[in-house]
Design a protein. Structure first.
Length: 43
């Protein structure tokens, strides 16, 4: 069984970028849905 090791600096930065990208994508999707709902309610 392999023991877990502390992630290196590059691995940590890569996982941080992936997490921030995911949060950003979810935010953009939510913003687009809100924008569409405003347009539909305005009609």
């Amino acid at each position: 069984m392999k023991l877990a090791t502390k992630p290196g600096r590059s691995e940590l930065l890569q996982s941080l970028k992936i997490c921030l990208l995911g949060i950003g994508v979810i935010g953009v999707i939510g913003y687009i849905i809100k924008l569409i709902s405003f347009v539909i309610q305005g009609l």
